[in-house]
Design a protein around this ligand. Sequence first.
Ligand SMILES: Nc1ncnc2c1ncn2[C@@H]1O[C@H](COP(=O)(O)OP(=O)(O)OP(=O)(O)O)[C@@H](O)[C@H]1O
Length: 365
Amino acid sequence: MIEVEHLSKRYGSAPAIKDVTFSVEKGEILGFLGPNGAGKTTTMRILTGYLPATSGTARIAGFDVHEDSMAVRKHIGYLPETPPLYPDMTVEGFLHFVARIKGVAAGDRANRVQSAIQRCNLQERRQTLIRKLSKGFRQRVGIAQAIVHDPPAIILDEPTVGLDPRQIIEVRNLIKSLAGEHTIILSTHILPEVSMTCNRVAIINRGEVVATNTPEELLQQLTEGTGYELEVEGNIVNLTTYLQRLAGVRGVEQLSNQYLPEHRHKLRISLEPGQDLGRNIAAIVVKSGLGLYEMRRVQASLEDVFLELTTEEKPIDAEKTIHTEPAVDSASPASDSVVEAAQTTPTTSPTLVPESTHPSGGEDA
Ligand SMILES: Nc1ncnc2c1ncn2[C@@H]1O[C@H](COP(=O)(O)OP(=O)(O)OP(=O)(O)O)[C@@H](O)[C@H]1O
């Protein structure tokens, strides 16, 4: 329904967006997410025919936004960040006016206005002057004016900014109810809004799309995604080696032990996508003879994905990942047995009595 290919825009010599490519399928809600100045508004304005691109193409319902700009305007509804409302008109009067200027045939206008009023739950305010409406109701009128001509595609720029929590929920529910019939691009800074409302996300940074995927798959792809944090007491050198050998473990990182009692350590274990090795990790800790004081599952959030993709330096310093050579013979059956036991018997309780051959001497690392 919306196809954007290699779109670029320069303001003078300064590039605002570079080679932006994404598409939105019929009935989908795409979250368009990016930090300030990333190029969201520039992209939205090109899609709605308000701004020409320097190069590249964008098509809405098959119409080129540049060559068929009048057809595109009929097929698109746009809610800018500040809704274009006339405060001295009533809700109904304003929607009739918008329907007329958007080319809705005179005989269809009453039906279209009635439908937009119902869709946006404005029945009780239809005769109210817009200037007397709360911000939440004004936002609904803004959405009603975007859908009054029944466009197949809707573009919403920061639709919940400035609303109170109840109004935010109402507007999000309204947007979700429009999907299916309409194809929606929702530009936002608000990360939870994307996971609550959108089927897919495009993340834009410094004018370039750096990721397009479902929120769930973005979380799966995150390099420092799901894992566990442990607080243990004892020698962590061998423990670290065993954990690193566990299939599905991506890395083990020692965190600061500044505020911990003596001999205590904090470790962060990052897992490969789709892995959940809590039981195996616990078994290894116990079999290594260390005291387990805390074990916490760490789940990456969309905020982590956003930071990872839009920050120059990665939030987690790879240098801190432990790559220590084992203090014991890594090929010894005793050391391997700890990992094997944890890998092959995940559904049984770990042996609580350390094996006589276990490698931990109980010394601090
Ligand atoms: N009319 C303009 N003239 C010159 N530069 C502009 C113009 N409009 C935007 N820019 C620049 O283009 C880049 C992208 O701006 P844009 O407004 O599209 O970003 P944005 O993601 O919408 O940001 P925000 O979330 O802060 O609104 C920025 O560097 C901005 O300064």
